[in-house]
Design a protein around this ligand. Structure first.
Ligand code: COA
Ligand code: ZN
Length: 303
């Protein structure tokens, strides 16, 4: 198996995680982001700038961002569904934005109220605006591995969106497995369809809805992908996709990669403590195995 020396992880619990929980106080969001900033993570998706009617959980995005500690070695980003969201993110001071569009027509309508073509038509203008403001744009392609309404999504459809993102001037593409429909076979099929056609850096965003997230990650790693999203405690999900559940847990990814000799820059103990904080904030037991059991080297007293 091909194995890189280092993998770049982006933490998405403050956005993907908290958008899918009953609203938590602004102060808790700030505490979570500040704790994540002290774990060695180099990327954190902090908030999204979306309609407060659609996602009340993110209504305080600008307030959260104004208050968090900004560490110089960390790239903080914000997700946006449209030009208005990108403008709000840039005005708030973000220099990295992620624009989300779904590969599935039905999910794009459910999530952001318009067609895929309408989303793509706005991209060149968004990229030009970001360039003027010295910010980078990543296009996140949701439902890349399947749609809860439409079923399988043709990898060629995803490749078409990658081409549109590249033509528009985006600097990176991310493939979102919004409802955990990905499997190693689907990851391989997708990469077969997109890898030859673009020079853009690629990131994968796996949900562990059906227990395949780590297998998917290893499959992508073997194919040369070195950037992944993950969420402490495994919280996460899309409010506009039935059956969506948690992201792959960051501490599970770090735990596995470090044991394989793949560096992440993250302090696993600090990360597990932060997953505990996330659990306290959302107020329910989280499913992450590494949070519950600790690292594989944590021993019990001998009987
Ligand atoms: N942030 C805040 N408000 C926004 C906005 C944004 N990015 N984009 C649009 N709005 C406002 C409009 O100004 C308008 O406000 P008004 O009612 O006061 O005039 C209102 O929202 C409706 O605008 P419209 O263009 O008709 O959008 P819509 O109602 O069809 O909603 C989205 C479209 C994209 C704004 C909404 O579906 C959304 O925010 N989706 C995000 C979903 C999400 O976060 N999913 C999970 C992450 S992938
Ligand atoms: Zn997600």
């Amino acid at each position: 198996m091909h194995q890189p020396d280092r993998v770049m992880l982006r933490e998405v619990a403050p956005r993907d995680g908290l958008q899918n929980e009953p609203p938590v106080p602004t102060g808790d969001k700030i505490r979570l982001i500040d704790a994540l900033s002290r774990t060695g993570l180099s990327r954190i998706e902090a908030v999204s700038f979306v309609s407060p009617k659609a996602v009340p959980q993110m209504a305080d995005a600008a307030e959260v961002w104004a208050a968090v500690e900004k560490h110089s070695g960390i790239s903080y980003s914000a997700l946006a569904p449209n030009r208005k969201g990108v403008e709000r993110a840039l005005d708030a001071g973000f220099t990295a934005v992620e624009v989300v569009v779904s590969a599935s027509e039905t999910h794009n309508r459910a999530n952001i109220g318009r067609s895929v073509a309408e989303s793509l038509a706005e991209l060149p203008d968004i990229c030009a605006l970001a360039r003027e403001r010295l910010a980078s744009v990543e296009v996140i392609i949701a439902t890349s591995f399947g749609c809860p309404f439409e079923g399988d999504i043709a990898p060629a459809q995803v490749a078409r969106i990658v081409a549109a993102a590249e033509a528009a001037g985006a600097g990176r593409v991310a493939f979102g497995d919004t409802t955990g429909m990905g499997t190693p076979r689907r990851v391989t099929d997708l990469l077969d369809a997109v890898q030859a056609g673009t020079d853009l850096p690629m990131l994968m965003h796996f949900h562990d809805t059906r227990g395949t997230a780590l297998a998917n990650l290893l499959t992508a790693l073997d194919r040369g992908v070195v950037e992944f999203d993950a969420s402490v405690g495994g919280i996460g999900g899309c409010p506009f996709a039935p059956g969506a559940s948690g992201n792959v847990a960051t501490e599970e990814v770090v735990h596995m990669l470090h044991d394989m000799g793949v560096e992440t820059g993250v302090d696993l103990d600090a990360l597990i403590r932060t997953a505990g904080l996330a659990q306290e904030i959302v107020g329910r037991p989280l499913e992450s195995g590494v949070l519950r059991a600790g690292p594989r080297t944590s021993l019990s007293p001998r009987p």
